[in-house]
Design a protein around this ligand. Structure first.
Ligand SMILES: Cc1cc2nc3c(=O)[nH]c(=O)nc-3n(C[C@H](O)[C@H](O)[C@H](O)COP(=O)(O)O)c2cc1C
Length: 359
């Protein structure tokens, strides 16, 4: 088994001292209350995983338009702030640090799932052609409405407000979700962004919205509390970012511009283009987090060992093993993930995965 030695080295992330190089990757769990407040068990779920040090939450909508899935939490209303404050307190009590992921889904939505039941918004009026789970079963994502230039400014304002709300709730920072086929990623992808104004058409124009969101959030809460996640070439949500060279051109420019903002971290959902990942490392001035879907247990330290990453966030291993840090440290066996309970309500498959001590 490959050594995990490098994972156990401490790391300073902005103003936060981390004891090791693991973190909790953001994972949607669809257990929020109907008003968008985190569910009753959210504080327990996240505090159970606080030994991961950096706890990045599930995608959390900055506005009603930003919601796509059933029962996901928000961070824009006063009651959301009060709900997240309980989560932040619980995580802090266990020695962890909380970053709330700000996720605006754009066209990956359905009016059945949002509080205002409106048509989803996007860079262009192009359907993602995806199946969306609603209370009445799966339905097709509708054709979204194209945001006007003025509305783009409003959405940037929503991100600003959501970031301020996260800090008001006691979070240590936010992660801007510019990955996985959602609104910010839609702006980057030529097949979802066919705008003819300053937000579409060229590499620079397609990156503009992401950069403006990042600038606004960093200005609002501080760059040392602002992280961002990207997923170059990830075809989720019907996105097509073109061939390898097109993807490299888009993301080298984007990351080069974001690098100037001194954000606290760049979180890369890495699909395998090591040349691109290395180029990020060369220009990025702070921490780089790298996830790779389905990374095996003995591959967790690989990107850190290769000098490409500082932190290796864990998704499903941490979902199924609240004490994943202890288990990896002691070379203990892991619980299996139960895929059937990923997105269902309640404690089962959420807060009832046993620790080594329970077992
Ligand atoms: C149940 C589930 C929900 C997820 N939700 C999100 C999300 O809200 N935001 C996000 O950026 N990634 C999300 N992801 C992706 C994870 O953050 C992570 O990148 C992915 O699971 C790969 O890591 P792993 O192989 O360690 O699980 C989700 C993954 C899973 C399994």
């Amino acid at each position: 088994m490959t050594s995990l030695d490098s994972v156990w080295q401490p790391f300073t992330l902005g103003g936060i001292e981390l004891a090791h190089r693991l973190a909790l990757a953001p994972m949607t769990r669809n257990r929020a209350n109907p008003d968008g407040t985190p569910g009753e068990l959210a504080a327990e779920y996240y505090s159970q995983r606080a030994s991961l040090g950096l706890v990045i939450t599930e995608g959390t909508q900055p506005s009603a338009d930003g919601q796509g899935y059933l029962n996901t939490p928000g961070i824009y209303a006063p009651e959301h702030v009060a709900g997240w404050a309980k989560v932040a307190d619980a995580v802090h009590q266990q020695g962890g640090h909380l970053f709330i992921q700000l996720m605006h889904v754009g066209r990956i939505s359905h009016p059945d799932n949002t509080p205002h039941h409106r048509q989803p918004v996007a860079p262009s009026a192009i359907s993602a052609e995806q199946e969306m789970f609603t209370a009445e079963g799966p339905k097709k994502t509708p054709v979204p409405r194209e945001l006007s230039a003025a509305e783009i400014q409003d959405v940037i304002g929503e991100f600003r407000h959501a970031a301020a709300s996260a800090i008001a709730a006691g979070a240590d920072g936010v992660e801007i979700h510019a990955a996985n086929g959602y609104l910010l990623h839609q702006f980057l992808a030529p097949n979802a962004n066919q705008r003819s104004d300053e937000y579409g058409g060229s590499v620079e124009n397609r990156a503009r919205f992401v950069i403006e969101v990042a600038k606004a959030v960093a200005e609002e809460i501080g760059a040392d509390r602002t992280g961002i996640r990207i997923s170059p070439a990830f075809p989720l949500g019907g996105l097509d970012e073109g061939d390898t060279e097109a993807v490299r051109a888009q993301y080298r420019y984007l990351v080069g511009e974001l690098a100037k903002l001194n954000l606290v971290y760049l979180h890369v959902h890495h699909l395998g283009d090591y040349e691109l990942l290395s180029s990020f490392r060369e220009v990025w001035p702070t921490a780089v987090l790298v996830v790779r879907y389905g990374r095996e247990r003995d591959g967790i330290a690989a990107d850190i060992d290769a000098g490409l990453a500082d932190i290796a966030p864990l998704g499903r291993f941490a979902l199924a093993n609240p004490d994943i840090v202890e288990r990896l440290r002691t070379d203990a066996p892991l619980n299996d993930l139960d895929p059937a309970t990923l997105y269902t309500g309640g404690a089962h498959g959420y807060t009832d995965y046993p620790t080594l001590t329970d077992a």
